[in-house]
Design a protein around this ligand. Structure first.
Ligand SMILES: *Cc1c(COP(=O)(O)O)cnc(C)c1O
Length: 432
């Protein structure tokens, strides 16, 4: 029961790989997002629990034809909405291997191979980001859980209950504070959408300051050195949310990350691996251990002196998110990563120049890889671009004003695609 002959599994595996590669080959011609109505998806999917065996090849085909096309293709070269996930062709292959071997990465005894790779890629990350040799951490699902894990650690290490953030801090940080019973205090950002250190009052009950290195709205970077000095002086924990922006440090476009007690960075955004992969790096990994370690009687056989990742975060059973990051860096190398990040930044600068040329008002200039701009009816223009299907910007609200936004993380985007996107925006913005 619950088994298939090896040859059939091999055939199905080849079917999966062929579908994956075909998807990559055709991605550029498809629209960057497709959202199907629930009724349409239900019509092709809904059925009672299958009682009898079915044909897995037909079922895989159904996934490929009817399910997987209806996603936002964060790796599409003209997906400029929110924060893209450019990924790369080999990362999903390592993910498939990790899944195929059902790799466990919760303890050294139960997964020493994947744990060694995770320790290695965490070392690589801290080296790439210019952090000190003591820094290590854990791979998690993404920025949301990284910040949740960081704030839990901050509370355990520093006490207090107040977390200082700005009005540009990502909503996941506010949610993390809420879940943990911490009290977020939201300070107005300055004229450049940064958290002003002088606005943080010196009062009892403080736990942490959350700075953002690359806000989701505008790409703004909070003054990390000043915030670091303030936190050291007052005994507060400095968490830096670099989920999107931290990799800019690899291209020399960002500094001050070394001031963080903890740093969230999302490899599934600007470090070019597929979902899910977030990283939490901490100055003192022992702080994670003090917060999360457990040693119940049923784990006696897998307690040891090596790093057990279950003791560095909230998960016990966990798969390996390290393999895809390892294979990506082994395949392409750090130099290609640096060039790719520099390219993303240059694309946003090109978009800004093109937008100016087409007469758009720039609301915030290209920062890291985000430019925001105004249109008489930003929401209508975003809707028109969605209907048009060539490229996808998104909207956001800055100081009460709805603006358009391009986030150009994908190094495979061509200059011509940026120009054509802006030309499309200009054509659709003109009242008919
Ligand atoms: C994307 C993002 C997050 C949330 O990360 P997830 O990986 O989606 O959980 C948090 N902060 C910033 C600045 C982000 O851009």
């Amino acid at each position: 029961v619950l088994d298939l002959p090896p040859d059939e599994v091999r055939r199905l595996g080849h079917q999966v790989v062929d579908a994956y590669v075909e998807h990559l080959e055709r991605l550029r011609e498809a629209p960057p997002i497709s959202t199907a109505p629930r009724a349409l998806l239900d019509a092709v999917l809904r059925e009672p629990v299958p009682e009898e065996p079915g044909d897995p090849a037909a079922a895989i085909d159904l996934l490929v034809r009817e399910v997987l096309p209806h996603v936002q293709h964060g790796d599409h070269p003209r997906f400029f909405a929110r924060v893209p996930s450019p990924s790369n062709p080999v990362a999903p292959l390592a993910d498939a291997l990790a899944a195929g071997f059902n790799a466990f990465a919760g303890s050294w005894a139960g997964g020493s191979g994947p744990a060694a790779v995770e320790l290695l890629v965490l070392d690589w990350l801290r080296a790439l980001l210019g952090l000190s040799a003591s820094v290590s951490g854990i791979l998690l699902s993404g920025g949301s859980v990284s910040s949740l894990t960081a704030l839990a650690t901050a509370r355990a290490e520093r006490g207090g209950h107040v977390v200082w953030v700005s009005d540009q801090t990502h909503a996941s940080v506010l949610r993390a504070a809420r879940v943990l019973g911490l009290e977020p205090r939201v300070l107005p950002s300055d004229g450049a959408f940064r958290l002003p250190p002088e606005a943080i009052p010196d009062e009892p009950g403080g736990c942490a300051v959350v700075a953002t290195a690359g806000t989701t709205n505008t790409g703004a970077v909070d003054p990390l050195a000043e915030l670091g000095a303030l936190c050291r002086e007052r005994g507060l924990w400095l968490h830096v949310d670099g989920a999107y922006g931290a990799p800019a440090a690899m291209a020399g476009a960002l500094d001050g990350l070394e001031h963080a007690d903890s740093l969230a960075v999302d490899p599934h955004k600007w470090l070019f691996v597929n979902y899910e992969c977030g990283a939490l790096l901490v100055r003192e990994p022992a702080a994670l251990h003090r917060t999360f370690a457990m040693a119940p009687e049923y784990l006696r056989d897998v307690l040891g002196d090596e790093v057990d990742f279950r003791d560095r975060g909230p998960q016990l059973s966990r798969g390996s998110r390290a393999l895809k990051l390892w294979l990506s860096l082994k395949t392409f190398g750090a130099a290609a990563y640096r060039a790719a990040i520099a390219r993303s930044i240059a694309l946003a600068e090109r978009a800004e120049a093109q937008l100016r040329e087409q007469g758009f008002e720039i609301v915030t200039p290209a920062q890291l890889a985000i430019v925001t701009f105004a249109a008489p009816d930003a929401e209508a223009l975003a809707a028109a671009m969605l209907a048009d299907g060539y490229a996808l910007p998104s909207t956001t609200v800055l100081r009460g004003r709805t603006v358009l936004r391009l986030c150009t993380l994908n190094p495979r985007t061509t200059d011509a695609e940026i120009d054509a996107t802006v030309a499309r925006l200009a054509a659709l913005a003109r009242p008919r």
